[in-house]
Design a protein. Structure first.
Length: 458
């Protein structure tokens, strides 16, 4: 029976975490953690507000705005803002809930939150988007701050929107402080923040490959299917290409492009797509020229997973539930050995069950699944580094930030691996540890201990 009939996405995220804890030895060793789990599933605070703004015709428009301040045991609430017509409380609660444990896995002092609005930037002018950002922050400003809650971008919120939001906050509060991350590099943003999620994802998968192959293999020569064509997908593609991989696909909400040649999607193609996406256009707009028609086939309304042929690595990087159980089976059939979520809850529970089942059955030769909580934590980690730089009023070089990002991804991978070994009995010798169970347990223990110390449960 459902405890959250009107919040299916939140319920899915909660059950995914709870089931991995329940199927481990955690509650046998620490039965009191059951109370901590129940209490941590209720947000500390949920803020909902009305956003009215003026469109280019001078008419009034309105949207629903939200901020879910889920857990502040480890630090100020931290997590992105999503502007997308599908945004609702269930989606923001699932994102905020995952954010708590992901942020714990970064090893930095950041709590978990998420926010956004059911505003659709598509089909809006720059002027309308700016007006919306001003109206949104006019409401949100009273609830956030550098030591309270530090939002950032997410789907539909790029550095340009962060600029407009930041300017509104600063004007309203008369305060220049690190109240948002993902700011421009010349005015308080961290270098490498735009790249961080995609790069971090690839660094994480590189560690998976090296671990599973005993250091014999790397990204070199691997065939990689990627979904999405926004911030995460673009930088994951660029880093994987740099490490010698071939990118088979990218996609957007209308369909997928599949590379025709063995060379795959090239850096110049990714740059062209990045430019297109700043203009809020669809991938189909790219295919109006003969240059791109010769390079790619277009699969209308489809995700790439069943369209790419033989594949080694799958990186869902668009949105939640973008790999179904059947698509997971198709990926296994197509030879995929690694699946890592760039997107949050990119895989449906059915897909996770397929991957985890295969891992248990096939020991060393299995498909290995990494959850978003671990694999995409590089983005929020560099946001945490941006907060540290803002507090110190100085900026680190790209090399410094990139090297810290690599260190954080390595520690996160090792933490998930070691925690799985400690709390999950393998079904057979030689089985790869469950990164989903290990990462969930490691993140949860850290948060639960801090909550207990602060009197949130006893
Ligand atoms: P962007 O807005 O830059 O890009 C989103 C991409 O996903 C676009 O290609 C978009 O297509 C596609 N997309 C969005 N919604 C849907 C949908 N409902 N169905 C199909 N395709 C969709 O967002 P990001 O790249 O920043 O975020 C992608 C994912 O990664 C999200 O799940 C986000 O939460 C997660 N993430 C992001 C981090 C970051 O630092 N940005 C950090 C960690 C996770 P279209 O262009 O047609 O709209
Ligand atoms: O930097 C952030 O706080 C942020 C922004 C967008 C997404 C995420 C995430 O971890 O999902 C974090």
């Amino acid at each position: 029976m459902s405890n959250y009939p009107s919040e299916p996405e939140f319920e899915q995220a909660y059950k995914e975490l709870a089931s991995t804890l329940e199927n481990s030895s955690l509650f046998k060793k620490r039965p009191e953690f059951k109370t901590a789990l129940a209490i941590s599933s209720v947000p500390e605070r949920v803020i909902q507000f009305r956003v009215t703004w003026e469109d280019d015709k001078g008419a009034v428009q309105f949207n629903r705005g939200y901020r879910v301040q889920f857990n502040s045991a480890l630090g100020p609430y931290k997590g992105g803002l999503r502007f997308h017509p599908t945004v609702n409380l269930s989606i923001l609660k699932f994102l905020g809930f995952e954010q708590i444990f992901k942020n714990a896995l970064t090893g930095l002092n950041i709590g978990g939150g998420k926010g956004g609005a059911d505003f659709d930037p598509k089909g809006k002018s720059d002027n309308e988007i700016r007006k919306f950002c001003v109206a949104f922050m006019t409401q949100l400003a009273r609830h956030i701050g550098a030591d309270t809650d530090v939002p950032a971008g997410d789907i539909g919120v790029s550095p340009r929107e962060i600029g407009w939001l930041f300017g509104t906050y600063k004007t309203q509060k008369n305060l220049w402080e690190g109240c948002l991350t993902g700011k421009g590099g010349t005015w308080g943003g961290s270098l490498i923040r735009p790249e961080a999620t995609g790069y971090g994802l690839v660094y994480y998968v590189d560690l998976m490959i090296k671990h599973a192959s005993n250091g014999k293999e790397s990204f070199k020569g691997k065939r990689v299917a990627i979904s999405g064509s926004g911030n995460v997908a673009q930088y994951a593609a660029l880093k994987a290409i740099e490490l010698g991989a071939t990118i088979l696909s990218l996609s957007d909400s209308k369909g997928a492009i599949i590379a025709k040649s063995d060379q795959g999607i090239q850096p110049a193609d990714v740059q062209a797509i990045a430019k297109l996406k700043v203009e809020r256009k669809a991938l189909t707009d790219l295919l109006t020229t003969s240059e791109y028609k010769d390079k790619f086939t277009y699969e209308e309304g489809a995700r790439p997973w069943t369209k790419v042929g033989k594949v080694d690595i799958a990186l869902p990087s668009a949105t939640q539930n973008e790999v179904s159980g059947d698509e997971a089976k198709a990926l296994v059939e197509a030879g995929a050995k690694y699946v890592a979520e760039g997107s949050n809850m990119g895989c449906s529970q059915d897909a996770i069950d397929v991957f985890e089942g295969n891992r248990k059955e096939k020991k060393g030769d299995a498909i290995w699944y990494a959850p978003g909580k671990a694999a995409n934590c590089g983005g929020v980690a560099v946001s945490g580094l941006e907060m540290a730089q803002n507090s110190q009023r100085l900026s680190w070089t790209s090399e410094e930030v990139d090297s810290k990002l690599k260190g954080i991804m390595t520690a996160c991978f090792k933490n998930g691996l070691d925690t799985a070994k400690e709390y999950v009995e393998p079904s057979a010798e030689g089985e790869l540890p469950s990164l989903v169970a290990g990462s969930n347990i490691a993140g949860f223990i850290k948060v639960a201990e801090a909550m207990k110390a602060q009197g949130d449960w006893w």
